[in-house]
Design a protein around this ligand. Structure first.
Ligand code: SF4
Length: 473
C-alpha cells in the first residue's frame, strides 16, 4: 500500500461535506440567464473590437456515444451505430456543426489566430474517418490555425481504430486524451465500461508509434467497488504506461440530476475518508513517479506543456479542465458547448443535439443562455482561477491587473479566511500572499475558493445562512 501524508481528518470532515462548485466558470452557470440571438451577436462582435483581439481556442462538441457508462455526467447522446437512423442523425449533426464553424469563422474568427483546438464529447471518435476529416478541414478553412497550435481530441480506446488515429495525426492533432477511468474488472463491470488494460496499452502504443506529442489519461476515483487496493493498482498501471498528463477526477454522485447514476448506490462507494486516502496516495505516487501536481487534480510530466504553463504563469482553467494559455477567447461549437470571452461574457448553445440541428437548419442562433461579466465578476474570476491554477493568490498581481487595493477590496473575504487559516487550510505570508497548505488546503481548495465567490454568499444570505461558507463553526 502506498504511503500517504497525515491530514487532520477531523478538520477535513468538517469542511468536506459541503456541496461547493468546482468553479470551471465564474459565475457558475446556475447564475446565467436566457440570451437571445441579438445579444449573442453583440457579444461576439464586441470580442472582435479589442485591439488586439485575443487569439482563439476552439472547442467542438461531438455528443454521440455507442453505449452509456453508468457514471457519466457529460452531455452525450447514446446512439448505437446499428440503429436505423444513426447515419442520418450523425450526418445531420456534422452538417450543422460545419455550418456553425463557417458562421463563427466569419463573425469572430477573422484575423485572429487559433492557438488551441479541442474536440470533446460524447465520443468524438464515434464519427467515421470521413466525418472527422470533413469537420477538421472545414475548421481549418474557416479559421486561421496558428503554426504550432495545440490540437487535442478525447478518445475512447474501445471504439477508436488505428485508421482514425493515423488520420488524426495526419490532420495535425498532437494530443490525445484517453478515457480510462479505472482498470479494475469489477469496477468496469459495474460502471458498464469494459476496457481491459491490454486494450488501453495497445492504444497508447499506437499513439506513441504514430507520433502524438502528448498522451493523457482521465482517471476517476470514488467509484463503486473501488478500494484502496484497486486504486493503488490503477495508479501503478497508469505509471507503467507513462502518460504525459493525468487528470485524476473525483467521482461526483448526483443521481437527482443524472438519471443514469441512479443504479449506483452509496453502499457500493468508498466513504469520504477512504476517498481522501485515494486522492492523497495518488498525489504521492504520481509525484514520486516524476509527475508535477497541477491545480486541483491534474498531473503532468515536467516537460509537458501543462507543467511548463505553471512555470511560465500562463496556465488556465475552464470547461475543458486545465489548459495552457490564459488569455484566449474560447469559442465553443456544437450542442451544449460554451464560449468564454475573456473578461466579459459566457454564451452556451442548446443542449439537445437534435434541437441544435433544428436551429442550424432554420438559420437560427443555437445560443440559449449566458451572462455578461461585471468588473467584480472579472476580479473574482481571476482570483479564483489563480487559486485553482497556482494553489496561491498573489495580491500584488491582482492589484496591478485591476488597479485595486486587494486588502480593501477583499476585506470581508480576508476576515473569513482567518478561520480557514486557523484550521490549517491556508497560510497568509507577511507580503500578503495567500498559499494553500499541503495537504489540507490543496485537498479543500474548493472551500477556499468559495470564500471569494460572491454568488455563493448571495445564496447563503438569501437562505438566511449568513455564515454557511465562512467558518469552521
Ligand atoms: S463514453 Fe464518455 S461521454 Fe460517452 S457515456 Fe461513457 S463517459 Fe459518457
Amino acid at each position: 500500500m502506498l504511503s500517504v501524508p497525515i491530514v487532520d481528518r477531523e478538520v477535513f470532515r468538517r469542511y468536506a461535506g459541503r456541496s461547493l462548485p468546482r468553479h470551471v466558470s465564474y459565475p457558475m452557470p446556475t447564475w446565467w440567464r436566457d440570451i437571445g440571438a441579438d445579444e449573442a451577436a453583440a457579444i461576439r462582435a464586441e470580442s472582435t473590437r479589442a485591439i488586439p483581439a485575443p487569439a482563439l481556442s476552439v472547442y467542438l462538441h461531438l455528443p454521440f456515444c455507442e453505449a452509456l457508462c453508468k457514471f457519466c455526467a457529460c452531455n452525450r447522446t447514446i446512439m448505437r451505430k446499428a440503429a436505423k437512423d444513426a447515419d442520418q442523425r450523425t450526418e445531420a449533426y456534422v452538417v450543422a456543426l460545419e455550418d456553425e464553424i463557417q458562421r463563427l469563422g466569419a463573425s469572430v474568427g477573422t484575423g485572429r489566430p487559433v492557438r488551441q483546438i479541442h474536440w470533446g464529447g460524447g465520443t468524438p471518435t464515434y464519427l467515421s474517418c470521413a466525418h472527422i476529416e470533413r469537420i477538421q478541414k472545414t475548421l481549418t478553412a474557416a479559421f486561421s490555425v496558428a503554426e504550432g497550435a495545440e490540437i487535442a481530441i478525447e478518445i475512447d480506446p474501445r471504439v477508436t481504430s488505428n485508421d482514425q488515429l493515423e488520420l488524426l495525426r495526419r490532420l495535425g492533432f498532437d494530443r490525445v486524451s484517453l478515457g480510462v477511468q479505472d482498470f479494475d474488472e469489477r469496477v468496469q463491470k459495474h460502471i458498464h465500461r469494459i476496457q481491459p488494460y491490454e486494450m488501453v496499452k495497445q492504444c497508447v502504443d499506437v499513439c506513441r508509434e504514430i507520433g502524438f506529442a502528448s498522451v493523457n489519461f482521465d482517471l476517476i476515483y470514488g467509484m463503486p467497488y473501488q478500494t484502496l487496493e484497486t486504486v493503488a493498482d490503477m495508479i501503478d498501471r497508469t505509471i507503467a504506461l507513462s502518460p504525459d498528463r493525468i487528470a485524476y477526477y473525483h467521482y461526483a454522485q448526483i443521481p437527482d440530476k443524472i438519471a443514469n447514476q441512479r443504479g449506483i448506490h452509496h453502499d457500493q462507494m468508498p466513504d469520504s475518508d477512504t476517498k481522501l486516502t485515494m486522492f492523497l496516495m495518488a498525489v504521492e505516487a504520481f509525484t514520486a513517479g516524476g509527475y508535477e501536481f497541477v491545480g486541483l487534480d491534474h498531473f503532468a510530466k515536467p516537460d509537458e506543456r501543462l507543467a511548463q504553463a505553471v512555470r511560465d504563469g500562463s496556465i488556465n482553467r475552464n470547461f475543458q479542465g486545465m489548459t495552457t494559455e490564459a488569455e484566449l477567447d474560447l469559442i465553443g461549437m456544437g450542442a451544449s458547448s460554451i464560449s468564454q470571452f475573456t473578461r466579459f461574457a459566457y454564451l452556451q448553445n442548446v443542449r439537445d443535439p437534435d434541437v441544435y440541428v433544428q436551429h442550424m437548419n432554420a438559420d437560427a442562433d443555437p445560443v440559449i443562455r449566458g451572462t455578461r461579466l461585471s468588473r467584480d465578476d472579472c476580479i473574482r474570476q481571476t482570483v479564483i482561477n489563480h487559486l485553482y491554477c497556482y494553489a496561491a493568490i498573489d495580491p500584488d498581481r491582482i492589484e496591478k491587473r485591476f488597479d485595486i487595493n486587494f486588502g480593501a477590496y477583499f476585506s470581508d473575504e480576508l476576515e473569513r479566511l482567518k478561520h480557514l487559516e486557523a484550521d490549517g487550510l491556508v497560510e497568509v505570508k507577511p507580503d500578503g500572499r495567500i498559499e494553500l497548505t499541503w495537504p489540507l488546503g490543496r485537498v479543500l481548495m474548493r472551500n477556499v475558493a468559495a470564500v471569494f465567490d460572491a454568488y455563493l454568499h448571495r445564496d447563503a444570505y438569501r437562505l438566511g445562512e449568513r455564515h454557511a461558507f465562512s467558518t469552521s463553526a
